[in-house]
Write a protein that binds this ligand. Structure first.
Ligand SMILES: [Zn+2]
Ligand SMILES: [Zn+2]
Length: 147
């Protein structure tokens, strides 16, 4: 029987030899990256759920209702006294945050593409890690805020 060649542990700087990825001392690192993978899987599942929702008939209906209520016009442009046809209908509270409000008319707002992009960026700032696709890094500029 040929012996499986041992390779150095994957932990940078560790010189232990192992048959797996990590030596016994660093086996916990493999465990950690598995948790990390699991987290990423959860996020992907959530994205899939959201994507499926936006293709659903129930969303199409709720979206139509919002457009009718808003006369098919961007509500933010209206505030500036501009008449712009709305294309997307926005969730005021994103569905990642309040999945239960995904079809609630009062949580829907018709916006033009431009205002929708602004709103989406604001959501990312507001809701951070739980909203953004990737976990947001802590903004170093905000570090001094509490001091
Ligand atoms: Zn090691
Ligand atoms: Zn607009």
């Amino acid at each position: 029987m040929p012996v499986k060649p041992k390779r150095p542990c994957s932990k940078p700087g560790c010189r232990n030899l192992t048959e797996g990825r990590y030596c016994e001392d660093h086996a916990h690192l493999a465990e950690m990256s598995r948790k990390e993978r699991h987290k990423r899987y959860d996020e992907q599942q959530r994205d899939k759920k959201a994507a499926a929702f936006y293709r659903s008939v129930e969303w199409e209906r709720a979206r139509e209702q919002a457009l009718i209520r808003d006369h098919g016009l961007c509500q933010d442009c209206l505030l500036d006294q501009r008449i712009t046809p709305a294309v997307p209908v926005d969730h005021i509270i994103p569905i990642r945050i309040r999945w239960d409000l995904r079809l609630t008319l009062s949580n829907l707002r018709s916006l033009c593409n431009w205002h929708h992009a602004i709103k989406t960026a604001a959501d990312k700032r507001k809701y951070g890690g739980c909203y953004a696709l990737k976990p947001t890094h802590i903004n170093p500029q905000r570090k001094g805020d509490s001091e």
